[in-house]
Write a protein that binds this ligand. Structure first.
Ligand code: SF4
Ligand code: F3S
Length: 108
């Protein structure tokens, strides 16, 4: 089992989650983070760190967000590892809870 990052992180990217991970399996893209589900050891330490509840156990994905397991897997293979908290985007607050952000993921 693994934890994955879901839609609410897109364009918010607070990064509070990255420093607690004992196996450094967070990866950073231009406006979203993902977890490598092959490396995640299911410790659950990161889940409460996200202020907007974007981190979800694979077990708790439903029809509305189940494709994020594959999105996390695929993008973690191309994006670099992030282990230190950084400043979020200046407009992060404006994007909290906004629907239909998936199409806004910048892959490169
Ligand atoms: Fe890392 Fe644990 Fe979160 Fe998995 S559940 S990403 S191992 S902190
Ligand atoms: Fe994203 Fe939440 Fe981490 S917004 S970067 S999953 S703290």
């Amino acid at each position: 089992m693994a934890y994955v990052i879901t839609e609410n992180c897109i364009k918010c990217k607070y990064t509070d989650c990255v420093e607690v991970c004992p196996v450094d399996c967070f990866h950073e893209g231009p406006n979203f983070l993902v977890i490598n589900p092959e490396e995640c050891i299911d410790c659950s330490l990161c889940e409460p760190e996200c202020p907007i509840e974007a981190i979800v156990s694979e077990d708790d994905l439903d029809d509305s967000n189940k494709d994020f397991l594959e999105i996390n897997r695929r993008l973690s293979e191309k994006w670099p590892i992030i282990t230190e908290i950084k400043e979020p985007p200046s407009d992060a607050k404006d994007w909290e809870g906004k629907p239909n952000k998936k199409e806004l993921i910048e892959e490169d």
